[in-house]
Design a protein around this ligand. Structure first.
Ligand code: COA
Length: 90
């Protein structure tokens, strides 16, 4: 998910749409993966009912083998290392 311009309600609108489409398809759970540096996403999703289900420590090393363009340093100068799995029951 990418709001392109942050803090203007685009992310909320996108997530509302995804959730309503998933409900229409009778999905019971939505899940996502973000990275340890993405504190904005962690705040955003937790405030919208998503919970942390698993933390995959140092798993970005594996992802970099498939996607070498993944940067070493992420948001706020935080090294990107771990993948954080979140979900919400619909
Ligand atoms: C995470 C992300 C999707 C959130 O999207 P967003 O469009 O910034 O989210 P919103 O604008 O809907 O909400 C963010 C905050 O802005 C506030 N906001 C909403 N509309 C606003 C407006 N018109 N003016 C000012 N603030 C506003 C919201 O209240 C919200 O605050 P809250 O979280 O305390 O409730 C966005 O930061 C993003 O695209 N990031 C880069 C890509 C990324 O990291 N994606 C997630 C990967 S898992």
């Amino acid at each position: 998910m990418n709001a392109i311009e942050e803090g203007r309600g685009i992310g909320t609108a996108l997530l509302d749409k995804i959730e309503s489409l998933a409900k229409q398809k009778n999905c019971k759970r939505l899940w996502l993966i973000t990275t340890n540096d993405n504190v904005d996403a962690l705040r955003f999703y937790q405030k919208r009912g998503y919970e942390i289900r698993a933390v995959h420590l140092h798993s970005i090393e594996e992802s970099r083998k498939i996607k070498p363009q993944l940067p070493l340093i992420g948001k706020y100068g935080i090294p990107i290392r771990d993948e954080i799995e979140m979900d919400k029951n619909l």
